[in-house]
Design a protein around this ligand. Structure first.
Ligand SMILES: Cc1cc2nc3c(=O)[nH]c(=O)nc-3n(C[C@H](O)[C@H](O)[C@H](O)COP(=O)(O)O)c2cc1C
Length: 319
């Protein structure tokens, strides 16, 4: 397989394992990259506890990057941690340069200095707006993003604030920019890959699917729940910053109920256990204290298997 995405990223197949917070680690990322895709370290990748400060997070990310480099000599990506006040992008960016990371995912921020920094160090950039729009895609292209990720409402994690599904967002963004676009949201098997490519995407970006990889540090019961569920089981509720989806846990039906009573988003966020929600439910398996966030593509995910098998299955048309 040879296209603009494989050429820019220097990878064999145009498949990116999306960052999944601490539900990524060096083993998962290296397995994806060794299989010919691009593994991505999420913020707090590989951690056994939640970090107390951003400096701790940065130091831990450096260690996890070093672990990946021991497991693969193929390219992989890391997420830029910028922080709400933007004070943190430079220390992260400098660390990524020092560690020789070849691809960086820039979430949300459109800042010329950041794109220029990476360009001047020969690092490729993936840009992903939480809510992709024609305007933010054009702006990212103007600033020098190498590839743009177009995410539909089907995705897992923090869902876009506009209800535009993957089938609609991908061609809209493809038609707005000249750089290659990668499709994200709901891709769970080869049919999703074929659909994304037919819509003009030049690659795919999958998160939920890699939650079920053998190497993923998610709790075993979370992987089983995903494999045993369909999209019909998912609960959608409003919280900060927009919507969130969860499979039924002890907590999530209560959140759906609170939302039905028009509870404000801040109260919802607190009731969801805030940033601890995913850690508790998805890492530790404490379903009374959090949510199990997935995309709507879960109906086609049928087994827990090594990341390399997921890559070869999705990329079967390009082998
Ligand atoms: C449990 C979970 C955690 C996530 N954490 C992050 C994250 O830390 N940073 C990020 O940029 N995206 C995060 N995402 C979003 C994914 O990177 C990706 O956009 C999404 O998973 C794609 O849709 P899919 O899940 O349908 O494949 C997360 C998604 C999930 C399901």
């Amino acid at each position: 397989m040879n296209n603009r995405v494989t050429n820019i990223l220097n990878i064999r197949y145009p498949l990116i394992q999306a960052p999944l917070y601490f539900l990524t680690n060096a083993e998962l990322v290296a397995a994806v990259s060794n299989a010919g895709g691009l593994g991505t370290l999420g913020p707090h990748a590989g951690q056994e506890s939640q970090p107390g400060s951003r400096f701790v997070a940065l130091d831990r990310m450096r260690k996890e990057i070093r672990k990946v480099k021991k497991l693969t000599n193929k390219p992989f990506a890391a997420t830029l941690i910028n922080g709400p006040d933007m004070s943190f992008w430079r220390p992260t960016a400098e660390m990524l340069v020092e560690e020789g990371v070849e691809v960086v995912l820039i979430n949300e921020v459109l800042d010329a200095e950041i794109f220029e920094f990476f360009k001047s160090h020969g690092i490729k950039t993936l840009y992903r707006a939480l809510t992709p729009t024609i305007a933010n895609s054009k702006e990212a292209e103007k600033l020098g993003a190498d590839i743009i990720v177009a995410t539909g409402f089907d995705e897992g994690g923090t869902v876009p604030s506009r209800v535009i599904g993957t089938f609609s967002i991908v061609p809209m963004i493809v038609d707005s920019v000249n750089v290659p676009v990668i499709a994200a949201g709901g891709i769970g098997d080869v049919r999703g890959v074929r659909a994304a490519m037919a819509l003009g995407a030049e690659g795919v970006y999958a998160g939920t699917l890699f939650l079920t990889a053998l190497e993923n540090p998610a709790a075993e019961k979370v992987k089983r729940l995903i494999v045993d569920s369909t999209a019909e089981d998912l609960l959608l509720f409003r919280t900060l910053p927009a919507y969130y989806r969860s499979l039924p846990t002890d907590l999530s039906p209560k959140l759906a109920e609170l939302d039905a009573q028009n509870t404000d988003r801040e109260t919802m966020f607190k009731a969801m256990n805030g940033y601890h929600s995913l850690w508790q439910a998805m890492r530790l398996g404490n379903f009374d204290r959090g949510v199990v966030s997935t995309g709507t593509g879960i109906s086609v995910i049928k087994s827990i298997r090594p990341a390399a098998e997921i890559v070869s299955d999705l990329m079967q048309d390009f082998l």
